[in-house]
Write a new protein. Sequence first.
Length: 83
Amino acid sequence: MDDKSEMKYFKDDDILHFVVSDEKEAGSIEITPNITAEINGDGELIGIEILNASSFVRDYIMEMAQAKILGLAERQFSKGITV
């Protein structure tokens, strides 16, 4: 597998594309309705495509932030610290 990792964003289509290798794509596997893994002839991951990328990134960041905030609040509550 090549070591050519890069990320491309296609603003007009709102697609985020992670390139892991510049090998030829032999197929793809839908991970979720908006995320597709691209594979080479050996079944190795060579790229990931995310449709509606701006919504995906926004939602992912919000979920991670909420989880972190809830985790911090739970730890403070268990130590008797009020927020």
